[in-house]
Design a protein around this ligand. Structure first.
Ligand SMILES: [Zn+2]
Length: 294
């Protein structure tokens, strides 16, 4: 009876308890060297544990270490697309697991193939699979022998967001975005009542991100090109003006600008005033290891 009373008294508190969520930027750069930044990579901390990784480009592995993150705490890796700048440190991450107690399934999601790029499953096989992979000596992470198993999943092209992962408080949605000829995905991660949305690289042509990011707490948008960019760069990336429109339409609470490149670094004032034509919320320019608590 006493037990029942205690449960009844505590249950409203348990319902109110929300996980603590922090977004940490691992790499705030694009593919260039010379800006002393790591390439694209983001980490979501939930209740003090490094749970979800979004992209993992060159240098992100060192930042992961510096942040005190642990591969044994990772549940999911989300790849926005398979460009080098978003994926190059994955082999380093997988190898490092050997020296830890990491075990079970580590799920990795990314886009399906098109005529230009392999699917995420085939990308992982070409890296690690026995008889196929450049690093086939790590093949035991795919075939059931190692304690940690990397489970790759393809996300087919889809202009309507779909749930790709759900576990406990975590729900992840994915939608296709336009990144020139490269299959690319934007993700929204809801953790309890909080959410973070990642644009990845995209130029806004599909108009899918504004719906995915509806009232999101943080939208991480890639600031790869400056105001007035045209040609190939504008086929691949959003101008600051487009970022401002998407942030406004979606009702994003805070905008974090990342994937900063030599062509946008130093232009923060101009970029901000372009975005401000539409968006009146909080704007942050990310650096490596920046942390944003939700
Ligand atoms: Zn890209």
């Amino acid at each position: 009876m006493k037990k029942l009373l205690l449960i009844l008294l505590l249950s409203p508190l348990l319902l109110l308890a929300q996980p603590t969520v922090t977004l940490q930027v691992l790499g705030s750069d694009g593919p260039e060297s010379g800006d002393k930044r790591a390439s694209s990579g983001y980490l979501i901390w939930i209740d003090g544990k490094s749970k979800i990784l979004i992209d993992f480009g060159g240098g992100a592995s060192l930042r992961f270490e510096e942040a005190g993150a642990r591969i044994q705490d990772l549940e999911v890796i989300l790849l926005t697309h398979l460009h080098v700048v978003h994926t190059a440190d994955l082999p380093a991450l997988l190898k490092s697991s050997f020296f830890t107690r990491a075990s079970g399934n580590l799920h990795l999601y990314g886009p399906d193939k098109n005529s230009f790029m392999p699917s995420t499953k085939s990308f992982v096989n070409r890296l690690f699979a026995e008889g196929k992979g450049a690093w086939q000596y790590l093949g035991d992470h795919l075939d059931g022998r190692a304690t940690l198993q990397l489970k790759a999943h393809n996300i087919s092209k889809n202009l309507k967001a779909k749930v790709i992962y759900r576990k406990g408080d975590i729900s992840i949605k994915a939608v296709s975005v336009h990144h020139g000829p490269i299959p690319a995905i934007a993700y929204r991660i809801d953790i309890g009542k909080k959410s973070i949305t990642f644009s990845g690289d995209m130029n806004g042509e599909y108009h899918t991100l504004e719906k995915l990011a509806k009232y999101t707490n943080i939208l991480v948008a890639h600031n790869a090109i400056p105001k007035g960019s045209k040609g190939v760069a504008a086929k691949l990336h959003m101008t600051p003006y487009t970022i401002g429109q998407i942030a406004k339409i979606s009702g994003t609470k805070m905008l974090v600008l990342s994937h900063r490149m030599l062509r946008t670094l130093g232009k923060e004032k101009e970029t901000k005033s372009e975005i401000r034509k539409y968006y009146k919320g909080n704007i942050k320019f990310a650096d490596d290891k920046s942390r944003y608590k939700l």
